[in-house]
Structure formats: C-alpha cells, structure tokens
Ligand binder design. Sequence first.
Ligand code: IPM
Ligand code: MN
Length: 356
Amino acid sequence: MSKTYNIAVIPGDGTGPEVVTEGIKVLNAVSGRYGFKLDFHNFDFGGERYLRTGEVLPDNATEELRKYDAIYLGAIGHPDVRPGILEKGILLRLRFELDQYINLRPVKLYPGVDCPLKGKDPEHIDFIVVRENTEGIYAGAGGVLKKGTPDEVAVQESINTRKGVERCIRYAFDYCAKRNRMNKLTLCGKTNVLTFAFDLWERAFYEVAKEYPGIKPDYAHVDAITMWFVKNPEWFDVIVTDNMFGDIITDLGAMIQGGMGIAAGGNINPEGVSMFEPIGGSAPKYKGKNVINPLAAICAGGMMLEHLGEEEAGKTVEKAVMEVTGKHIKSLAAGHMGLSTTGTGDLVAKIATEII
Ligand code: IPM
Ligand code: MN
C-alpha cells in the first residue's frame, strides 16, 4: 500500500490561493511518480474570513492543524485589514503555538535567473539561513507607558532562552553536517552591541561546535553580513541567527537569488508539524490576473516533500524548477515571466514527471 500524507492547506489572501494551486498541481504530479499520495485539506484562514466573521483564527485551529503531517501556506495579508492583525494573529501565532522553532530559508541562485549582483553566478550563491522562529523581539515582550503623551515610553524586549537558542544552533549544526557542502556554519549576531543576547548565543554556539569537529564554526556581525551577501555571497554555507536578524537578512537573500518570485521557506518543528510557505506576501494587486510567479510556492512544496522524507521527490521538484528558470521563463517578476501562473505550474508539473 502506498503511503499517504495528510496536508493542511491555508491558501490565505491575495495571490496565495493561485500559487498554492500550482504548487499542489506539481506535488500531485511527483507523488504519482514516486508512489505516495497526498491528501489536501483546505483551511480558510485569512483576511476574507476575518472580515466576514471577525475572527482571526478559531481557538481550535492549532489543535486541528496538529493532526496533519504538514501545512502548506500561500500568503497572509489583506489590503482591507490593518497591518499586523493577520500577520500576528495567523502567521506568527501558528509559528509560536506549533513551536516551529526553525525558519529555514535557502538562498540559491538557479540557472538562468537574473542576479542583481555583478559577476555572480549559481556557483556563487548557494547558502541557507537557519532563523530562530519563536523568540527574540518577536516574542512580544514589552509594553508601553503614558501612551500618546509627550512622556510616552515604549519597550520591546528580545527574549533569548538558553534552551531556545541551543536547540536552534544544534539544528543548524546538524543541517550543515547533513548538507555537507562547505561544512561551515556562520553565526550571524551583534556581539559588539547586544552584549547580553548575543553573549548567550555566542557561548552556546561555540559549546555546541565542540560536538561537531567536522564543521567550521564562523562568526559575522549582522551589519557585516549584509555587506558580504552583496560582495562575497560565496563565503556562506549555512548561517544561524535570531528571529529579527533572520527576518531582515533573508529578504536581502531573496533579492540576490532573483526576488520574491523564487524565495521559499519552511517553519520547522522537527518534533511536530511544520509549515511551508513562499516568503513573499499576498501581492493583492496581482490577485486573479494569472500573472503571479508560483515558483516560490512550488519550491516550498518541494521543501515540504523533503521534510516529509520524500527526498527524491523533493529534489525532482527543485530540478524541474531549475529547468524552467534555465530554459523557459523570461523573468521571475510577476507579469514579465512570458508565462502565466497556471502555464508555469503546468510546465513544472510536466517536467517533474519526465526529468531524471
Ligand atoms: C516573514 C514575514 C513575517 C515575519 C511577517 C509577515 C510577520 O516578514 O515571514 O519573514 O516578520 O516573520
Ligand atoms: Mn520577513
């Protein structure tokens, strides 16, 4: 009997449903080939539901989602909903409540993709950021005093726990060893200023490093890292960092790999339910036009397969995407692809069933 994976799908807002549809098309195409099945179950969380019902996320949402093997997410963010409500109420809440303590974001320049960096080719840009996903400034600690008065005080604290930091660092070392590319793990921090938080990170990092003699531990300040991403991206293999720095440097990472049209990520709970998503937003202005690039969502689907243990199938999705970027798509930008959203999905699905 073939294996069946139960996947919760949150298409979400804007172009989310369109890109998720193409992702599912590709996943179904490869699953047939590799002899497993995917059962998709839709959840209508997002802006429309919130505007209709006033409820951001039902109380039993995480309990329900916990029953699935993985979650496949389109995009969250609606032009008629004040910024922050859906992002915090859905995306961040799910990451926290499902304890998806790793945000895994590959930065890889595929063949044929226009890179904004002069002289950089696919051989120069191939690294992955392991972003801590449940702590730091995102934990929501802090408060406000005398709001709206000239004496207003706003405090937003960064929470770093030994346990939270160490499990993230350990994941990064394991990942780096398994990846076996340059066997170099860079801690991205700010030890010269954040002398409490990154002192903890640095100590934990070098202590754990002793358990991985095959991995070269390396350190860079976050500001310097943004410089090296542009000047020498080939220096990086795996980077581990806190939630906020990870958020910022992965947007820069997305740009050097060709933009939001291709950038995918996974919110991972190695012991629980993980959630895969294109990093880009809901792009409401492209909604319903069949012009948005579905490749990021398709790549996120590939990452999901790898995570589920279907590594060959996941690699095939990536190879098919590389064929499309290398030979078929004009640009990764919405409306300039020379292909429609559905046409791109059809093409990846077709190649994924043929490619070796
Ligand atoms: C991301 C996004 C989110 C974040 C927002 C939408 C809350 O920017 O996934 O990187 O800051 O983590
Ligand atoms: Mn971000």
